[in-house]
Design a protein around this ligand. Structure first.
Ligand SMILES: O=C(O)CCC(=O)C(=O)O
Ligand SMILES: [Mn+2]
Length: 241
């Protein structure tokens, strides 16, 4: 998916470049409605945004997500305080993240069914490994993939990912579907977060000195995505065990 609409640049004889169809083309293309962004952007030491990293693999990635969701239901879990989360979740891989009255934790099986979580499709684990390596974390081997489904209005409050055993391993977070504002804060909750506009195919990786940064997602605005309708799907890959 390209992030910006492309337009040919046509140059008036002897004049300045202009987007138009009245003049002779030169061999230039520019983005007419946005400034091209770097493919890779450092958000903080150890934290990298990989714009459009999923690229043309997106259809196959979404197919793998569909296959997982054919065998396990998305559900709105409860916080330890008893409030339902607005995001619906399901897991694949050896370990699945769960929350209920007993707290936040990883489980080897789905508490709703008692069954093991579906295996993590190879295309997903490979994507996560490639993204981690591109961000400076070679050798990442995720054992947990949390599938988050945001309907319009769903959000995720500022939190740290701290239920994993090995904090030397990064978090790999893949955004699909409608856009969202990712809130990327500091190591203290009070620090004002950066607001990062994430689009279909973007990946954020954070680890090292940023591993315990607070982060969240602002309420997702109603929008339409050709493949996912009004939904945003986020895949969070972790080495949990
Ligand atoms: O949806 C996102 O972009 C972030 C998800 C997240 O932080 C989490 O699942 O812990
Ligand atoms: Mn998180």
């Amino acid at each position: 998916m390209s992030q910006c609409r492309r337009a040919s640049v046509w140059r008036r004889p002897g004049g300045s470049a202009k987007v138009s169809d009245e003049h002779q083309p030169v061999n230039l293309e520019l983005f007419d409605d946005c400034v091209p962004e770097p493919v890779q952007q450092e958000l903080a030491p150890g934290a990298v945004l990989l714009r459009g990293f999923v690229a043309e693999q997106d259809g196959a990635v979404l197919g793998a997500v569909d296959a997982v969701l054919a065998s396990i239901a998305l559900r709105q879990m409860q916080t330890p305080g008893g409030r339902p989360m607005s995001v619906a979740m399901a897991s694949c891989g050896e370990l699945g993240w769960v929350t209920d009255r007993h707290g936040y934790r990883y489980e080897r099986s789905d508490p709703d069914s008692g069954l093991a979580w579906p295996p993590m499709p190879e295309i997903l684990s490979r994507l996560a490994m490639r993204a981690a390596a591109a961000a400076g974390y070679p050798g990442f081997l995720p054992d947990a993939c949390l599938i988050n489904r945001y309907a319009p209005g769903a959000r995720m409050g500022l939190h740290q990912d701290r239920d994993e055993r090995d904090m030397s391993q990064p978090i790999v977070s893949v955004s699909l579907g409608v856009p969202a504002v990712f809130l990327f804060g500091g190591l203290r909750r009070a620090e004002r977060p950066q607001r990062i506009h994430l689009r279909h195919g973007d990946v954020v990786v954070w680890g090292g000195p940023s591993r315990l940064r607070y982060h969240g997602v602002a309420p997702v605005k109603a929008a339409q995505h050709p493949r996912l309708g009004q939904q945003r799907i986020n895949l969070t890959f972790r080495k949990a065990g």
